[in-house]
Design a protein around this ligand. Structure first.
Ligand code: PBG
Length: 300
């Protein structure tokens, strides 16, 4: 089985984890590492064509038959662009920690950082949430993979970074974490902490081999979150958050939409037996509160 992955340390670490799980089932594996233009690009994501830039090239190579299994962070698989014809998500791996982490130089948590501290993040969601709930902090854009962002933090110019807890754990740098952010205030990104495996639609053999890596609760939560995102019509520059979990066998989702400066916020929650309808219900409630205009404004 050839496993296709981006070549950043985090991507390779998660692909190796998938490879180990498959080898434990007696499957022979080989990693195919690909540098996408998204990895090499140092400008803004929007200029590159949005989040899809990270996955599009990998997808094209998989369709061409360069590898059997693609490994992706679900968070980086855009909600507004479906997978290309011929590919599908064959497994949702059990969700890791979906929360955001703070990595500060002085060891403090977000609430304890002094006013004016410079926080590095380029995520529109994290920027809106920080501006709204920690207005004393100064948010500054930072690009590059997690390892290079940590080097930039150590090099000065920033007091702290916000990164995903799951991502830090994957690259073995969880000791850098100085706080885990309350997910009630910083609602995680849609798909956070979830790794998905893509397969070619007609590749029944691969589908069967990875079936054991699929986690039903994660699939349901991710389906609800992404149904919400799709219904909101969010683009890559909309500050949107969404997090679902299974509670007593039902799927429970909270979603939020923010203006870029965090001044406006809409939130809604729903619970139900079927994932996609729960996602659509939350989206409808957000749109009812005016989320459509806020999302459209954030595109400018
Ligand atoms: N945007 C990049 C990205 N995509 C997935 C993760 C982390 C792991 C995950 O949530 O699955 C990260 C890094 C980060 O946001 O800090």
């Amino acid at each position: 089985m050839r496993i296709g992955t981006r070549s950043s340390p985090m991507a390779v670490a998660q692909a190796e984890k998938v490879a180990r799980a498959l080898r434990a089932q007696g499957v022979r594996t080989e990693l195919v590492k690909i540098s996408t233009s998204g990895d090499k690009w140092t400008g803004s994501l929007a200029a590159l064509g949005g989040k899809g830039a990270f996955t599009r090239e990998l997808d094209a190579m998989q369709v061409e038959g360069e590898f059997e299994i693609g490994v992706h962070c679900l968070k980086d698989v855009p909600g507004d662009v479906d997978l290309p014809a011929g590919l599908e998500i064959g497994a949702y791996c059990a969700r890791e920690d979906a929360r955001d982490a703070v990595i500060s130089l002085n060891g403090r948590d977000l609430d304890d950082l002094r006013a004016g501290s410079v926080i590095g993040t380029s995520s529109v969601r994290r920027t809106a949430q920080l501006s709204r709930f920690w207005p004393g902090l100064k948010v500054t854009p930072i690009r590059g993979n997690a390892n290079s962002r940590l080097s930039k933090l150590d090099g000065g110019g920033f007091d702290a970074l916000i990164l995903a807890v799951a991502g830090l754990e994957r690259i073995g740098l969880e000791h850098r974490l100085t706080g885990v952010i309350d997910p009630g205030r910083m609602i995680p990104a849609v798909g956070a902490g979830v790794i998905v495996l893509t397969i070619r639609t007609h590749d029944a053999g691969s589908r069967e081999l990875i079936a054991g890596l699929d986690d039903a609760a994660t699939r349901a939560a991710a389906t609800a979150e992404r149904a919400m995102l799709r219904e909101l019509g969010g683009h890559c520059h909309s500050p949107i958050a969404g997090h679902a979990s299974m509670v007593d066998g039902a799927i429970s989702l909270t979603g939020a939409v923010y203006s870029l400066d965090g001044a406006e916020m809409m939130t809604a929650s729903a619970t139900g037996a079927d994932a996609a309808p729960v996602g659509r219900e939350v989206a409808a409630a957000l749109l009812e509160q005016g989320a459509g205009k806020v999302i459209a404004d954030s595109a400018q």
